[in-house]
Design a protein around this ligand. Sequence first.
Ligand SMILES: [Zn+2]
Ligand SMILES: [Zn+2]
Length: 391
Amino acid sequence: MKAIVWHGKEDVRCDTVSDPEIEEPRDAIIKVTSCAICGSDLHLFHNFIPAMMPGDIMGHEMMGEVVEVGSGINGNLRKGDRIVVPFTITCGECHQCRRGNWSVCERTNRKKELAEKAFGHTTAGLFGYSHLTGGYPGGQAEYLRVPFADSTHIKVPDGMPDDQALFLGDILPTGWQAAVQCDIERTDTVAVWGCGPVGQMAIRSAVLLGAEQIIAIDRLPERLSMAEAGGAVAINFETESVIERLNELTDNRGPDKCIDATGLEAHVSLTHPDSVYDRAKQMFMLANDRAHVLREMIYVCRPVGTISIPGVYSGLADKFPIGIAMNKGLSFRMGQTHVKRWADDLSKRIEDGEIDPSFVITHTVDLDAAPEMYKVFRDKRDSCIKVVVKP
Ligand SMILES: [Zn+2]
Ligand SMILES: [Zn+2]
């Protein structure tokens, strides 16, 4: 089959590899009908996430048709079913899965010892996402093996087109969880840093959850106009001061809730000297993560406000202002998404027409064109916001 394969830093290719096979009784194989390039794939593309190996298949946002099931699949999944595959692999039985903490499933990371060493505890196995999280082949491919498939799937409601269902596996619940974790109240101003696909979903979610004012921070006009179309007030950090504008828009109180939808690759700009410092430390491997957005959020957030972090960080961030955060009494909520916790509610909201996540798609290509699209997406060329790939 054809698949997008990681060869090294900024080198992914569409290669021919062997088809996946059932390896365990709880496996299923799907024929991938749609997959996407996620912002977190760029962190792998740039080799900021450790433990990628040449030959790894990329992709953790995918859906398709079940073509084979293992002997241990007990009837809740059949050949011909259309499913979205959550990016987190879940066993459905461990201590954390039973509590709905799906993204920290204790059993599905088959390289557990690595993760325990790095994080203190293992997190769930992830598709197409480094050997720290199991080294499972990803879904930017014609076929995908889904381990623990009886737990690791979301059934697609009849008649729901791929473009509406696909994002149920990652960016939609990720933006939603980021907003839910803000415990939004009617009088709240929610500020969202980063208007890529997850930021866009967080903005739409904050609207659905009833925030009074939503503010979107980015530098790209096409992303900011998409955010405005979703109900946000836009701040372009390249042409105006984020802190001054946020204070203006909130009577100097600062936003009540701040969402970091940028993560470890925050934009580096001469107008923010600390971002240049972060980039330099990252280049010399003296820090993993660029913390400019975190610092700015902590500084401007209303005292006793909430900081919600859906953006991916990989390790240690330098100059984290814990003193400001402590004295202001801020709360931090973060984490990889517990996809299955939100799946039923969100798929009903799509069916009811409350939200149509396909608004974010700007490009649709086939697998052969996907490697080039990594660069187009990375460089935000051609007004690219979200790429869907049809294998
Ligand atoms: Zn993702
Ligand atoms: Zn589990």
